[in-house]
Write a protein that binds this ligand. Structure first.
Ligand SMILES: C[S@@+](CC[C@H](N)C(=O)[O-])C[C@H]1O[C@@H](n2cnc3c(N)ncnc32)[C@H](O)[C@@H]1O
Length: 405
């Protein structure tokens, strides 16, 4: 077999993003300097040298995965999929003694289960090795040297290397969760949507009064601290890839560390509250795991008695109250939303605010008219992000509600 070759100078990539968040991934990629960024179903396509793919893995906050397409071919059935995969020069990417895993999506004639599709892809790769050198790579589902992503749509197979390995929402800080945590990439995307980077640049405060395990607090601190969300991950889809350029990766990693150290020297105030001691404890553990203990203040306090410290700079209050479907009981949520609306009016006058809810009707209980409403998915659950300016002209009904907290 030939020695591993360098990848071409310009490569195509695809960052997958949760439904509804594709435009945010597009915006992030443009900010990262990626070329030819285009929104597509399920994510964003972009181009650049290998370093652009590495940079996306390290820095993208909203995405799930970064794929590097290797081949696209007609695959109307099982046999043509197998043959197409077997034709690909896998020895450039994987050593005979290496390991692989396959993620498969889609269907074709004879392939009605994704598990079967994944197995056919794996068979084709290992059969190529076996026929050429008499030995074959093995399967490792946990930490393979390469993770092959095969997507079959309208009889066309797109075969990619998954550079991210594990989903990018797994930042490596979640030590313990609470009952209904927000996914890390979703939390980051909602902060970007609420203009937090700009508010933070101006020294505005961030508050989550129902912080649970602290996902919004941590992602807010990572954004304000110009900190790459991938800095704590210790495994990537390219870690065991034969064409991995370790020098490029090291340079990007070092640059990210320097940016973090510079930006974390002056951080805005970030405050989190929850009435559940276990949630506060989980948040504290997560915050410490990612070295943000000095930048985020936590307190166990119920919303009803939460008074913010005086003289905070106005900023962003973004929160994710319990969902009726998953935590507590839906009929208890109306009063909680009313309390939250009054809390915004009393404690956050002049701030921007955001509420993540599965039920926009509940949003009306806040008593503030939303400026913007966006839909997205938290797992399978369709949610809305309601965005507010906490200004009297947006308050609904009587003004005395604001004084009744
Ligand atoms: C859906 S969870 C928030 C999850 C969080 N975004 C995360 O990623 O972990 C809602 C949180 O609101 C808290 N909560 C509910 N009612 C509260 C109240 N009246 N005062 C303070 N916290 C409250 C719950 O304890 C729970 O941790």
């Amino acid at each position: 077999m030939k020695a591993p070759s360098r990848p071409p100078a310009t490569l195509r990539f695809f960052a997958t993003a949760p439904k509804g968040l594709e435009p945010i991934a597009v915006e992030e990629l443009r900010t990262l300097g990626a070329a030819n960024v285009r929104e597509q179903r399920g994510g964003a396509a972009f181009e650049g040298p290998l370093a652009a793919g590495y940079r996306a893995c390290l820095w993208l906050r909203s995405a799930n995965r970064v794929l590097m397409p290797l081949s696209r071919f007609e695959a109307p059935d099982d046999a043509s999929l197998y043959a197409g995969i077997k034709r690909m020069p896998w020895e450039k990417d994987l050593s005979t003694d290496g390991t692989l895993a396959v993620d498969f999506t889609g269907t074709a004639a004879g392939i009605t289960h994704t598990q079967y599709g994944a197995q056919r892809v794996k068979d084709a790769v290992v059969d190529r090795f076996r026929e050429r050198v008499g030995r074959r790579p093995s399967v490792d589902r946990e930490r393979p040297d390469i993770l092959i992503n095969c997507h079959l749509h309208r009889n066309v197979a797109t075969v990619s290397l998954d550079l991210s390995g594990d989903s990018l929402h797994m930042r490596g800080y979640r030590t313990r969760g609470v009952a209904a945590p927000l996914k890390e990439n979703l939390a980051a995307a909602l902060l970007l949507k609420c203009n937090w980077p700009e508010i933070a640049r101006q020294g505005g405060t961030f508050v989550d009064p129902l912080c649970g395990s602290g996902t919004l607090l941590i992602e807010a601190a990572l954004i304000a601290g110009d900190t790459a969300p991938g800095l704590w991950r210790d495994h990537w889809g390219f870690s065991g890839w034969l064409r991995h350029d370790a020098a490029q990766w090291e340079a990007l990693f070092k640059e990210a560390h320097q940016r973090k150290n510079t930006a974390q020297a002056s951080m805005p105030v970030i405050l989190g509250f929850d009435h559940d001691p276990q949630a506060v404890e989980a948040a504290r553990n997560n915050i410490q795991a990612i070295g943000l203990g000095n930048h985020i203040q936590l307190q166990k306090v119920a919303l009803q008695s939460n008074r913010l410290p005086p003289r905070l700079r106005p900023g962003l209050a973004l929160t994710n109250p319990p969902y009726g479907e998953r935590l507590g009981e839906a009929d208890k949520l109306g009063p909680l939303y009313m309390t939250l609306g009054n809390w915004f009016k009393n404690q956050c006058l002049g701030w921007q605010a955001g509420v993540i809810t599965s039920d926009p009707q509940l949003g009306k209980q806040l008593g503030i008219r939303a400026r913007k409403l966006n839909s997205f998915y938290n797992g399978a659950l369709e949610c809305k992000l309601l965005q507010f300016s906490v200004e009297p002209q947006w308050f609904m009904g009587n003004r005395t509600a604001a004084q009744s907290q």
